[in-house]
Write a protein that binds this ligand. Sequence first.
Ligand code: ZN
Length: 119
Amino acid sequence: MRQHLEAQFPQCCTNCKRPFATLREYLLITEQVGSAMPYDVELGDWQPLEPLGTVTFANCPCGSTLVLSSDGMPLLQLWSLLNWARTETKKWGMTPKDLLNYLRDEITRQVLAAPASKP
Ligand SMILES: [Zn+2]
């Protein structure tokens, strides 16, 4: 999941064109907004053929809202993630949203704890 997110960089803000070279930079500069949304799972679909996706939102300093999503993730990989999530939520009595927010925090923590890879 972290690899999938990191593969979405570099990207830039669609509004102010501010570039984000890496996931780390993105996490440092933007501010997360609200809860992550596992759309398919919220609808009870754990093996979506046409996934709506899972997204998290963050605010660019310019005020524009940026989106990171599971779009483009291969179906099999997505299904195995969802399958894992289903097991975990049952095991811990968490909602899918809780689990996703936990994952998001954990990825943020790991990425920010890693040494910066400056060129
Ligand atoms: Zn911006």
